[in-house]
Design a protein around this ligand. Structure first.
Ligand SMILES: O=C(O)CCC(=O)C(=O)O
Ligand SMILES: [Fe+2]
Length: 617
């Protein structure tokens, strides 16, 4: 593993000409299952692995060694627990992989989960297509794993239940075909995760609750794979070898087989064993344990028989609000200094998705996905530059698919107001005034609150009040913080992406706008952005907006058509010159920090300070 904690699998084959085919396959939304149902005998080119990758795979040997098999029976009895802890410790150090039985989850729960996943993938294609998506905020999505960051399609379809940023899921959020089985499975495996983290903590010589207190078990994703039988498995081989970007992975596999772990350059089968789970240490646990535990390479071979079904539960740690993890202090010493830098779950995921499987690696693959969604394909530096060239600063770029209502309002050419801050008195005054003016001027206005980063409790209270007093639209109350997080993470990604391409606030208009948004968020004040459809935009802060709207009588008469509202407002806002302003741009300390930044409003070089903060409110 490199210092950044990323393991890299390289291949040199180029794959020009496949992109269109990959895109068409993705657009069909029927996945590999769709191809098999259509009765193909020869697998499409997009699945055929290049010669050098095949050669590389053939370089490894195969061994009949046995993956450690650990019986958890009696885990609460002292003697037995000591034995289990010692077995888990050895397996985690030497292998990073082990299988467990007698974990306490009834066989019926495991069987129903596998059945439910099978039903999901084998349901009517039209029904399944409704879930086809890669949107980060979607809790439930299905996609065929043309892993969008790589260049070859993988012979499998996947359905994920994501609790990366929020903790809970309600049964009615799960698809009908597997609702009860999935809900029960999620709860059982979550508890098993707690038990395993306790054992792993003790295996590291730490207090039983250590890893749980570090919240390693948060940020869960249940990834439900379906590997159809393949007519030519020798041409596609299987999934790329990889390590998991999690703390821990709890995997349930059916009886087909195909999973292998790499040890001393030899592939070793991880055989299906009824009633067992496969447990593997992820990259994050390797890093916080300072290499005491290993995150092992593994892969799944494609098979002539199938379908093979597996469910991987990734326990990835806290993503929102970003939590910084690093080698656990008591596990390091002068003789054993920290091998890894501090990291956030997001940063590590971004690195994971930018591993160069093809020749061209782009460390920005995940941020690109966040900014442009699937348009970012094939995630190269060149594509990133082209996308920036094509982008203009408008509501679409600012909000993308965060909330479908915003897209609808944009299409309907409505005037949209996005506003933020966490001062409820300002919010009350601002929303009431602006709505009153819009009514007077017959401007079709939709206002939506986008809150403030790092102010979860105050923003929650604002949300509740805005909702009760019907001041404006809000993001869905239950998951509001996920939406707010994503809104700001996207803006942060845009900033970093521009910075990496050498663009600066002085020369780049979009960067000025992004910076203005980030400085609004860094201030204690309220702010708002107005746009008419995809056309004009204007924005302003707290006191400037209040001044402009208080003076409405002096300029309102010029708005003789709803389309003139935003341009006239813009003129007014630009005419107000506050006597004093001080902008603050707050960037995360572990990201890309530019040497020099100029204020997007006055052009002066900004002073740089270092801030440490212990909490998010
Ligand atoms: O399907 C499997 O057995 C393993 C899948 C896997 O490695 C993964 O999803 O990361
Ligand atoms: Fe994996």
């Amino acid at each position: 593993m490199s210092q950044s904690g990323i393991k890299v699998a390289e291949s040199t084959e180029k794959c020009e000409g496949l992109q269109d085919e990959l895109m068409a396959f993705d657009a069909s939304k029927t996945g590999v299952k769709g191809l098999v149902d259509a009765g193909i005998d020869n697998i499409p080119k997009i699945f055929i692995r290049p010669a050098d990758e095949v050669a590389e795979e053939l370089n490894y040997g195969h061994s009949n060694l046995q993956v450690p098999f650990i019986d958890l029976n009696g885990i609460e009895e002292d003697d037995q627990r000591r034995k289990i802890i010692s077995e888990v410790k050895n397996a985690s150090k030497d292998w990073g992989f082990f299988q467990i039985v007698n974990h306490g989850i009834p066989q019926t729960v495991l069987d129903s989960m596998l059945d439910g996943v099978c039903r999901f993938h084998e349901q009517d294609a039209e029904e399944k297509k409704k879930f086809y998506s890669r949107e980060p905020l979607k809790k439930m999505k299905y996609y065929s794993n043309i892993d969008p960051f790589r260049k070859r399609a993988i012979w499998r379809d996947t359905f994920t239940i994501s609790m990366m940023t929020s903790c809970d899921i309600e049964p009615d959020e799960l698809p009908m075909v597997c609702r009860n089985s999935a809900f029960e499975y999620i709860n059982e495996v979550t508890n098993l995760g707690k038990t395993l983290f306790e054992v792993l903590s003790e295996a590291l010589g730490l207090k039983r609750e250590y890893l749980e207190v570090m919240e390693c078990g948060k940020g869960r994703t249940f990834t439900c794979h379906y590997y159809p039988a393949c007519p030519q498995p020798e041409l596609t081989l299987g999934t790329n070898k990889h390590t998991d970007p999690s703390f821990l992975t709890i995997l349930l596999q059916d009886q087909i087989g195909g999973l292998q772990v790499l040890r001393d350059n030899q592939w070793i089968d991880v055989p299906p064993r009824p009633g067992s789970f496969v447990i593997n240490i992820g990259d994050n646990l390797q890093m916080v344990s300072n290499d005491e535990f290993k995150s092992a390479w593994h892969r799944v071979l494609t098979n002539k028989v199938g379908p093979r079904i597996s469910v991987a539960c990734f326990l990835a740690g806290v993503m929102n609000p970003a939590k910084v993890y690093g080698p656990i202090k008591v596990l390091t010493s002068e003789e054993n200094p920290p091998i890894y830098k501090d990291f956030t779950v997001n940063e590590h995921l971004a690195k994971f998705y930018s591993k160069p499987i093809g020749r061209v690696a782009n460390t920005n693959a995940l941020p690109m996905m966040w900014i442009w969604g699937s348009h970012a394909f094939p995630f190269t530096k060149q594509r990133e530059l082209d996308l920036w060239r094509e982008s203009t600063w408008n509501m679409d770029l600012l909000t993308d698919s965060i909330d479908p209502r915003i897209q609808e309002w944009t299409r309907d050419n409505k005037t949209i107001c996005l506003y933020g801050g966490d001062d409820i008195n300002w919010i009350r005054r601002f929303t009431t005034t602006v709505r009153g003016i819009a009514t007077t001027l017959h401007v079709p206005l939709e206002m939506i609150y986008v809150g403030k980063r790092n102010s979860k409790d105050r923003v929650r209270r604002c949300h509740e009040i805005i909702d009760t007093e019907k001041l404006s639209h809000i993001f869905p109350l239950k998951d509001f913080y996920d939406y707010i997080w994503f809104f700001w993470v996207r803006l942060g990604s845009m900033w970093n992406s521009k910075l990496q391409h050498g663009m600066t606030v002085e020369t780049d208009k979009i960067m000025q706008e992004i910076m203005a948004m980030l400085t609004y968020d860094g201030s204690e004040q309220g702010w708002a952005v107005f746009s008419r459809g995809l056309y004009e935009m204007t924005k302003g802060k707290d006191d400037i907006l209040i001044t402009v709207f208080d003076n409405f009588n002096q300029w309102g008469h010029r708005v003789d058509h709803p389309d003139k509202f935003v341009p006239e407002l813009d003129k007014e806002i630009s005419g107000v010159h506050p006597e004093h302003h001080c902008n603050r741009l707050i960037l995360p300390g572990h990201g890309n920090i530019p040497e020099r930044v100029v204020c997007s409003e006055c052009g002066r070089t900004m002073d740089k300070f270092v801030m440490y903060r212990c909490c998010t409110d």
